[in-house]
Design a protein around this ligand. Structure first.
Ligand SMILES: [Zn+2]
Ligand SMILES: [Zn+2]
Length: 549
């Protein structure tokens, strides 16, 4: 029996991961992250709960469709469950490598594949098929299993004028369809858009207008993975005699990787370092930067508040946001654009000019894949529930009148799909959920830590400092209260009363209590917190410090 389960990516945007098991062999397709809402303070990214992989370990292989974070961001977290290689195209693997190194997993076996390659993994034969998307070197997968062939599209649109000349392999999809496909898992991201999505080339016209009319610098913020966008802009820079500088770690790193692998071609002498921007006339510079989502530490956010080492916005500079806003980031992006506009920049984004095109196929492209592959079972993946449901509706229209009529299985994360001689059905549930990852320590973040961080951000920090005699526990001198981010009217008066409260509290304690650091800290914390809440209505984070003299 073939078991298929989505561990993420169904009912949410991002965190794409699908597992297939036959007997004792399990393989995993993609290992993505989701980016957290801004309320999850200090959480860097979110990965799927990996309990299912724990149960099925060792996992025989990890197969990657392409190099976007929502497909490869969790690779370092999945590798510990693997006993087999990671397969992907060269660009995808090049983007994975630094992540593994960061987690001390450098040197883990990565096997490069190209479209139409086939690899054998236990009972599975996996075939890679070229698809087009917003990043080069993307593949779909056909997995030949003892129960039949499973096709997984990965992310795709059908770009008929691909910038690198690598076309969507319509032929192979059609061949698979005519030789019989058990189940198709297809991207649902843009099912709610009519028509066709359009080629990556579509943005050229809008950028040409910008290059023609701009009198100052042109600064474009995009995803660091938007390598096609980089190529379009580099070509325009060459045409309009502008030097190109990359800003922000991700943009610099990815442009290097893309150049090394031949996906980004920059004419000699065109590229300059970020530190050289200031030494060129403004009309001769194009900057490509990270920060299209308003990320607070990104190059773009720093530029917006005049805090970037090499680039100060001047009147007549043009700033282009060449990316969509991921839901939840609109406010942060809006803030950055406002700062830039206030500094006199001409700010351009999708609503003003066609400076971004989606990488995901719209309704007509998705229909085309459905009719090419014509599977026995169709499972919509990648999307929130309403998109999956809409994809199911569209599929039923495409399949209407076909005999036998393909069946649509609308599933969510964790639903176990079983395929055997009797067909396919949902049978049981795997443990699923989200794990919050703190980037600075590469560890998981407990709820408690999050609560603390929210406290600090909203109400600030109050540190009562109390010096006591080591033996007697008697107060030595007057306590002090240090605050950070805790501002009140009358705060002088409030803090003076707070100091008195601390002295009184110390007086009321017994010797045992006073000389026990844990007890005295807790007592001061509770008293001071209650006092501050009553007097100020706020709940700052109270962190007592006891000094023994
Ligand atoms: Zn993608
Ligand atoms: Zn994706």
């Amino acid at each position: 029996m073939l078991e298929v389960v989505a561990l993420g990516g169904l009912g949410e945007f991002g965190m794409n991961m699908l597992a297939l098991s036959w007997d004792k062999t399990t393989i995993v397709i993609d290992a993505g992250v989701m980016f957290p809402d801004p309320e999850l303070l200090g959480v860097d990214r979110i990965i799927p709960d990996l309990t299912y992989l724990q149960q099925k370990r060792p996992i025989a292989a990890l197969l990657l469709t392409h190099g976007h974070e929502d497909h490869i961001g969790a690779v370092p977290h999945v590798v510990p469950y693997l006993d087999g290689p990671v397969y992907g195209t060269p660009l995808t693997l090049a983007l994975v490598e630094p992540k593994l190194e960061e987690h001390g997993l450098g040197g883990y076996p990565l096997v490069p594949v190209k479209p139409r390659d086939r690899v054998h993994i236990g009972p599975f034969e996996v075939e890679f098929i070229r698809v087009t998307h917003s990043i080069p070197d993307c593949v779909a997968l056909a997995i030949h299993t003892p129960a039949g062939t499973v096709v997984h599209t990965g992310d795709f649109k059908i770009d008929q004028t691909p910038i690198d000349g690598e076309h969507f392999d319509v032929h192979r999809f059609a061949e698979l369809g005519s030789s019989g496909v058990l189940a198709l898992f297809a991207d649902s991201t843009n099912i709610d858009r009519r028509g066709f999505t359009g080629s990556e080339l579509e943005v050229v016209d809008a950028f040409e207008e910008i290059f023609t009319s701009a009198t100052g610098r042109i600064i474009v913020a995009a995803f660091a993975s938007s390598i096609y966008r980089m190529q379009i802009l580099v070509d325009l820079a060459a045409q309009f005699d502008r030097k190109v500088a990359f800003l922000g770690r991700g943009m610099i790193e990815n442009s290097q990787i893309a150049q090394r692998l031949g996906h980004l071609r920059i004419p000699a002498g065109l590229q300059i370092r970020d530190s050289e921007i200031g030494s060129y006339p403004v009309q001769d510079v194009l900057c490509l930067t990270t920060g299209s989502q308003g990320e607070p530490m990104s190059a773009m956010s720093r530029i917006a508040i005049d805090d970037h080492r090499h680039l100060k916005i001047a009147q007549d500079d043009t700033v282009v946001l060449s990316a969509r806003s991921i839901p939840g980031n609109e406010k942060a992006i809006g803030r950055v654009l406002n700062h830039l506009a206030r500094r006199g920049a001409n700010v351009v984004y999708e609503g003003i000019k066609h400076v971004h095109v989606s990488g995901h196929g719209s309704e007509e492209e998705l229909k085309l894949v459905l009719s090419l592959v014509r599977p026995r079972y169709f499972v919509p993946v990648h999307g929130e529930y309403r998109q999956l449901a809409q994809h199911a509706r569209v599929a039923n229209r495409v399949f209407a009148g076909r005999d036998p009529r393909p069946e649509v299985l609308l599933i969510e994360d964790g639903d176990l799909l079983h395929f055997d001689a009797d067909g396919g059905r949902i049978e049981g549930k795997a443990p699923v959920g989200r794990v919050l990852i703190d980037g600075t320590r590469t560890g998981e973040v407990a709820d408690e830590v999050l609560r603390d961080r929210r406290h600090l951000a909203e109400d600030g920090l109050v540190v009562p400092v109390v010096a006591i005699n080591k033996q007697t526990g008697v107060l030595e001198g007057v306590p002090e209260i240090i605050t950070r981010g805790f501002v009140m009217e009358n705060s002088q008066e409030l803090l003076a009363d707070g100091v008195k409260l601390l002295s009184d509290a110390m007086e009321q304690t017994s010797v045992e209590e006073r000389t026990d650091q844990g007890l005295i800290k807790e007592r001061l914390r509770v008293e001071l917190r209650r006092f501050l809440r009553k007097r100020s209505g706020r709940r700052p984070f109270v962190l007592p410090v006891i000094m023994e003299i």
